[in-house]
Write a protein that binds this ligand. Structure first.
Ligand SMILES: Cc1cc2nc3c(=O)[nH]c(=O)nc-3n(C[C@H](O)[C@H](O)[C@H](O)COP(=O)(O)OP(=O)(O)OC[C@H]3O[C@@H](n4cnc5c(N)ncnc54)[C@H](O)[C@@H]3O)c2cc1C
Length: 402
């Protein structure tokens, strides 16, 4: 694999840098930096989304025919890396990276025309209704029932851990349409409008004090048959396609490496009793170096996967490796941040958001103020999108052939 960028790719990199310099505002950088949760708040994420949409640089994972950028995997990598280095907010993945590609791949022309432009313009905000109480890792056991009555599905059941359901006006969900066939074959992929009497959203506040996830109750909720993606019973195939996109097929390493470098800069500012600054402490510098080396090795693996995608091959089960490694490196980074900030890292403000005029003053640095919230929220990385154990099972079966 050739690891050097071509002259055209270097030109593209310069163009991205110049765009970020002129369009990425201080407010957006601060909003991203001062969010301890896993997911960026919509006011920050959507503002950045609108700027990218105007430039035509938003749907980097969609086919060009459906409004995507048509970039090569290397261009996507360059873009993600430059965004990470510049401190850009992460975009909300639910519409752009999860249901968007599903509609591009499995939607009818009418569904594409109706939903895709509204994802790009942020008129629609999506949430993901996969998990249920009792059906998380064992997703195929889900019980939410959808019965077709005339041209409308009547839906009953409950979804849980639904990220940003309190902002969403649409939910893409897996429902059981046929209870009499094998678990996977009875599942259908359905889009459900949130703003209706049959849908109730109740908050779940995480141990860090953030409200990101919810439980959603569906009591005789309704959705028109035209909101079904694919055929009845095709939901499991579509669900797997979406999960592969959720777990990989994009670039986690650039942000991870940028955050490790940022932590090293922070450690250079924290005094140490014996060595001037903590970054010179043998144990801390060893941990930083170890993290950086493994993140760099991970970056090479991601680039290798991109090279496969560039040749037209699907990312496949390697996405489980990406998910497993990136989640664990992320947790290790947030744990090391707690160690570096010491006592100052123990503050956990109750107010939200932590940016803007109403934000509480940090004790010490902003980085210290974020550390505990990040550490606590970071526990979720090895759970959502499929837990570590589930990824290891997939790797054992499909990569190692055990
Ligand atoms: C912050 C956050 C956001 C989320 N957002 C969403 C969302 O937007 N939409 C959505 O649908 N879901 C969402 N989830 C749910 C997430 O996908 C599930 O939590 C996850 O799939 C695990 O399911 P569970 O919580 O039911 O745990 P369980 O499946 O009950 O697992 C409990 C434990 O048992 C282990 N385990 C289970 N099965 C096996 C096995 N076969 N072999 C070995 N170990 C096993 C698991 O690894 C885990 O440690 C979110 C979760 C979190 C934490």
């Amino acid at each position: 694999m050739d690891m050097d960028f071509t002259p055209d790719e270097l030109d593209f990199q310069a163009e991205v840098r110049s765009f970020l310099k002129s369009h990425l505002t201080e407010r957006l950088i601060e909003g991203a930096k001062r969010t301890p949760g896993v997911f960026v708040e919509p006011d920050i994420g959507l503002e950045w989304q609108r700027i990218l949409h105007e430039k035509g640089w938003l749907a980097i994972y969609w086919p060009e025919a459906d409004g995507g950028t048509g970039w090569t995997p290397v261009q996507r990598y360059i873009f993600e890396k430059e965004c990470a280095l510049a401190g850009a907010p992460a975009l909300a993945v639910l519409g752009l990276k999860l249901v968007g590609p599903v509609i591009c791949r499995f939607g009818t022309p009418e569904q594409k025309a109706r939903f895709l432009p509204r994802i790009l313009s942020a008129e629609d905000y999506w949430c993901q209704g996969y998990s249920e109480p009792g059906s998380g890792s064992d997703l195929a056991s889900l019980k939410t029932r959808a019965a077709l009555e005339g041209d409308t599905y009547r839906i009953n059941g409950s979804k849980i851990w639904t990220t940003h359901a309190h902002y969403a006006n649409w939910m893409f969900c897996l429902v059981r349409t046929d209870p009499d066939v094998s678990a996977q074959r009875g599942i259908t992929f359905l889009l459900v409008p949130m703003d209706q009497p049959g849908v109730t959203v109740t908050p779940i506040v995480t141990m860090a004090g953030d409200h990101e996830v919810n439980q959603v109750f569906l009591d005789d909720a309704k959705s028109h048959v035209g909101n079904r993606i694919g055929e009845e019973g095709q939901g499991w195939t579509i669900a797997k396609f979406l999960l592969e996109n959720e777990r990989g097929g994009s670039c986690f390493a650039p942000k991870l490496i940028a955050d490790i470098d940022q932590l090293a800069l922070t450690a250079a500012r924290v005094p140490s009793g014996t060595n001037g600054a903590l970054v010179h402490d043998t144990e801390i510098s060893r941990k930083l170096a170890s993290l950086r080396l493994r993140a760099r090795a991970f970056e090479i693996s991601e680039l290798r996967i991109l090279a496969e995608i560039a040749k037209g091959r699907p990312p496949g089960p390697q996405t489980s490796l990406v998910k497993l490694v990136s989640a664990n490196l992320r947790q290790e980074l947030d744990t090391l941040a707690m160690e570096i900030h010491g006592l100052a890292g123990l503050q956990l403000p109750a107010e939200r958001p932590l940016y803007g005029n109403e934000a509480p003053e940090p004790v010490g640095s902003v980085e210290a103020q974020m550390a505990a919230g990040r550490y606590l929220n970071s526990r979720a990385w090895t759970i959502f999108g499929g837990s570590d154990e589930v990824q290891k099972n997939i790797i054992a079966k499909t990569v190692l052939g055990l």
